[in-house]
Ligand binder design. Structure first.
Ligand code: MG
Ligand code: ZN
Length: 160
C-alpha cells in the first residue's frame, strides 16, 4: 500500500483571496510550499491535491480555467523538484445542486485512495478549514490544519 499527503489548494498551496482564484495572475504560491512538499515527497508520500471549485457550478469560471491553473501550479511546483500525482476537484456547489464529492464529503479522497492504492492510516490531509478536517476524518486519514495563507512548513514535523 502507498501513502499520501493530500493537500487542500486555496489557502494552503496558494494565497486565498476573498473571491475565487481562477486566473493565473491571481495564483500566488504561499511561502514554504515547495520546500514542504519536497520533504513529503522525499519521505515517499504521493502528493495529491483535493479542492472544492464551486465557482464552476455558479458559472464564475469553467473547467478550462481550472485545468489551465492546475497545469501552471504543477509546472511551478516542478521547479521545487516536486511532482503532483493527481488533482481532484469538485465542480459543484449546493446553491446549484448537491453532490457527494464536495468537502466535507470524502469522495475525492476515497477515489484517489482507490485509484492509487493508498492506505488512509498512513496518510494525511493538510487543510485550512473545518470541511477539510471533516473529509479527512470520514476517510480515515489524519487531518493536519494550518491557518489560511500560512506556511506548510509549520506542519512538516507532524508528518512521520
Ligand atoms: Mg482552503
Ligand atoms: Zn461535487
Amino acid at each position: 500500500m502507498k501513502k499520501a499527503v493530500f493537500i487542500d489548494r486555496d489557502g494552503v498551496i496558494n494565497y486565498a483571496l476573498e473571491n475565487y482564484v481562477y486566473q493565473i495572475e491571481d495564483f500566488k504560491i504561499n511561502p514554504g510550499v515547495g520546500e514542504a512538499l519536497k520533504i513529503f515527497s522525499d519521505k515517499g508520500y504521493l502528493l495529491i491535491v483535493i479542492t472544492n471549485q464551486g465557482g464552476i457550478a455558479k458559472g464564475v469560471y469553467n473547467e478550462g480555467h481550472v485545468e489551465r491553473l492546475h497545469d501552471y501550479m504543477a509546472e511551478e511546483l516542478r521547479k521545487s523538484g516536486v511532482s503532483i500525482q493527481a488533482i481532484y476537484y469538485c465542480p459543484h456547489h449546493p446553491s446549484v445542486g448537491n453532490c457527494l464529492c464536495r468537502k466535507p464529503y470524502s469522495l475525492m479522497l476515497e477515489k484517489a485512495m482507490a485509484r492509487y492504492g493508498i492506505d488512509p492510516g498512513l496518510s494525511y490531509f493538510i487543510g485550512d478549514a473545518d470541511r477539510d478536517e471533516q473529509a479527512a476524518k470520514t476517510a480515515g486519514v489524519t487531518p493536519l490544519r494550518i491557518k489560511p495563507n500560512t506556511s506548510l512548513l509549520d506542519v512538516v514535523s507532524l508528518v512521520r
